[in-house]
Design a binder for this molecule. Structure first.
Ligand code: FAD
Length: 321
């Protein structure tokens, strides 16, 4: 019999993040023909319900309150738990984003439930739902079948194919009223480092620079290539530690985990901690002047050469296409 599954519709700047649609697709698998309920939390988020329904949610619940205009663990967990109490779900899916990583353990603990974090696939095998997730910094994958009543998982962005948007579907959010109280954190102001740009964790193309880039100026040709390809710029910890770029750009074990369609590593040696954050990218191109650099062991295409010659050449050639 099908399950009732709650999927958190995560928003940023008033828009649903792509991972929300991927989470709905994962929720559909977990539901096994049951009902997928999108959950929107924020100040005025109910207008996003229709889009969540077009991507496959059966209905949408919205918890709206001025105190939820910014994410806080207390506020969001009170809101989400109110929905859980109302719906008594048998499945919950979040995106494995900064918010999902922060909120999911809190909810799991409240529900005394297990949590499968960072799932890269969800499949049905012989009637059971099987989650795959990386372990040992991506060196191996484990498969998990949950036998508890409640299946709770977070899904890694860019790994699960969202359903085709179906514009013939439509629907409104039903509001769930909750009194948000006793917040231990109140966000006074959000100061953004840089406006715009492509979100690294959801980017389809990433051009990343390492210590080989040699300076913040050295990132210029990488930014240009990323611009030409409509992608984002990332970095190794080596480049961040050297002060060439901001830590928000760090990819790896202690940075962001990314799975773009195309990852271009420039002047990055390929330390295991870096590979942990990008080795699942669909196509990896490495540019390094050292033919023995470890990055070539995970690369689909390798260019042995000076990045300051190769990267501008790539930009010029791609511009001609
Ligand atoms: P290097 O290893 O110095 O490599 C630079 C590369 O650039 C070399 O291969 C060189 O041949 C090449 N190069 C130089 N000049 C050029 C040129 N002109 N053209 C082309 N190629 C050139 N690292 C991460 O990235 N992410 C993490 O999250 C992370 N977490 C860590 C956690 C822990 C607990 C520890 C201990 C380490 C972690 N590290 C992480 C650090 C990691 O071990 C490496 O030190 C780091 O990834 C090295 O960065 P790099 O490849 O840019 O620099």
């Amino acid at each position: 019999m099908g399950k009732k599954v709650l999927v958190l519709g995560e928003t940023r700047d008033g828009q649903l993040r792509n991972v929300s649609f991927e989470a709905v697709a994962a929720g559909k698998k977990v539901a096994q023909g049951g009902e997928v309920i999108g959950v929107l939390i924020g100040e005025s988020v109910s207008m996003l319900a229709n889009e969540l329904i077009q991507y496959g949610a059966d209905r949408v619940l919205a918890v709206e309150d001025a105190k939820l205009s910014q994410y806080t663990p207390d506020g969001y967990s009170q809101a989400f738990m109110a929905v859980v109490e109302q719906e008594q779900p048998e499945g919950i899916v979040f995106g494995h984003t900064a918010l999902g990583k922060d909120l999911s353990p809190k909810i799991a603990a409240k529900l005394n439930a297990g949590l499968i974090s960072d799932a890269t696939s969800v499949e049905e095998e012989d009637g059971a739902i099987v989650f795959t997730r990386p372990i040992y910094s991506g060196k191996a994958f484990e498969k998990i079948i949950v036998k508890d009543r409640l299946i709770f998982a977070t899904v890694r962005p860019n790994n699960i194919q969202s359903l085709e948007k179906d514009e013939s579907r439509s629907g409104d959010a039903t509001s769930v009223s909750v009194s948000i109280t006793d917040l231990r954190t109140v966000i006074q102001d959000v100061v953004r480092k840089a406006a715009g740009g492509v979100d690294l964790s959801e980017a389809k193309v990433i051009v990343a620079g390492g210590r080989g880039v040699k300076s913040d100026e050295g990132f210029k040709p990488l930014k240009e290539l990323a611009g030409v390809l409509g992608g984002a710029v990332g970095a190794s910890r080596g480049a961040c530690d050297a002060g060439y770029c901001d830590y928000s750009m760090q990819i790896g074990q202690t940075g962001k985990v990314v799975t773009p369609d195309l990852y271009i590593a420039c002047g990055i040696s390929g330390a295991i901690q870096h590979l942990a954050g990008m080795s699942n990218s669909k196509v990896i191109v490495a540019i390094n002047k050292d033919p023995d650099a470890n990055i070539f062991n995970v690369a689909d295409y390798g260019i042995v050469g000076d990045l300051f010659e190769v990267v501008p050449m790539l930009s010029e050639e791609i511009k001609k296409l």
